[in-house]
Design a protein around this ligand. Sequence first.
Ligand SMILES: *Cc1c(COP(=O)(O)O)cnc(C)c1O
Length: 480
Amino acid sequence: MPLHRGHEKPDERPLSVNPFYGEANPAVEMAEAPPKHRLAEAPLTPTTAYQLVHDELMLDGNSRLNLATFVTTWMEPQAGTLMGECRDKNMIDKDEYPRTAELERRCVAMLADLWNAPDPSAAIGCSTTGSSEACMLAGMALKRRWAGGPPRSSRHWGNNEDRRPARDVRPNLVMGVNVQVCWEKFCNFWEVEARRVPMEGSRFHLDPQAAAELCDENTIGVVGILGSTYDGSYEPVADLCAALDALQERTGLDVPVHVDGASGGMIAPFLDEDLVWDFRLSRVASINTSGHKYGLVYPGVGWALWRDKEALPEELVFRVDYLGGDMPTFALNFSRPGAQVVAQYYTFLRLGREGYRLVQQATRDVARHLAERIEALGDFRLLTRGDQLPAFAFTTAPDVTSYDVFDVSRRLRESGWLVPAYTFPPNREDLSVLRVVCRNGFSADLAELFAEDLARLLPGLRRQPHPLTRDKRAATGFHH
Ligand SMILES: *Cc1c(COP(=O)(O)O)cnc(C)c1O
């Protein structure tokens, strides 16, 4: 959330309002608009309050036209009904809502199976508000495991003897420079040094060898991303594990891997079954995904899973009452809505493996065709083609000098499309791109309309004397 500040100007609003704002007898209803930045003295009728809030929200964008976000913007009405039925259920009250707790447990079991945990009954996991919280929990587990291990190279996971003194050294976490901002938050909040592998040439994500070289005895883990938010590419998780195996052989350092599968954790199991990135790799200690991205649920739900209880130190686990006994929990929040977890279970039940495969394949097909359409326009160069995450990044062709990606982003907004433009991190700060994220609900028809709108803008853009967007940040919107 942005950290909001209070309102600076006095907030008296002696506006008279239209009698339609009132109910049956407008004369006794509102004569003045209520203040917006402090509580009014008197209540309003629900109808009036509803109308005021509803009207203001009309100016929000249309979420289905937002090609910047990975987050689900369409669900079936039945899912909406279930969520409405569960909006009063607090996820933490396991004792009061044992069935909701059971549905969460089943979702974890399904994900453990989907991600090939060697022993799904040994895998442990939980729901979260999203991948950010899941990554915080996974990072905390890595850090605590590192702190609990013996000093230097003979470290064995889960060994609590010979504890490392808490303050002697600073732990570090190795990752690509392309990580999502939640990893920067983790490192900042939990005082872990972020060691970032830069981009180089046409490699826009982590290099396994370079990652292994950044590791030392204070490395709590390496993060692999499936896939990168910058361009939709999968990071080479198996190669990363192999590089860390070789490191262990050379030095004895045993560095675990966390896979941030915020998006790809729900794409790869259905569309890239031969890709080995998950618990099949013994070095992968934990995985997260966003249920509200390609898990196909409205925000906010995420999932964090650990291979086994060695990967999640017991002392991080808290217990809450549950049917006369207690239930282990691991979370940052205490109270949290249960509706999204129920909606996740509904979607798992509704689609099954084949349903997910069909939905994700349709989304990938849309992404690939749209990428090709854009390439065929001639003005753009594709960096990725939508064949990993159903998202792709593109930039202007070398001979395009009259406009840049920020102009394209700004002009697309005129037709309602939100497509972010942004500059890559080190060492490719010279490169600025546009990114299109395709989601369930962004149909082939909508993609066609988008391609037509983009094509229609080109003649005007080509006639510009030079790139025009001065306020680059205003043009782009968020891209994570
Ligand atoms: C979206 C994303 C996150 C953050 O997930 P939220 O569910 O939005 O909190 C973390 N990592 C990656 C790779 C992402 O794509």
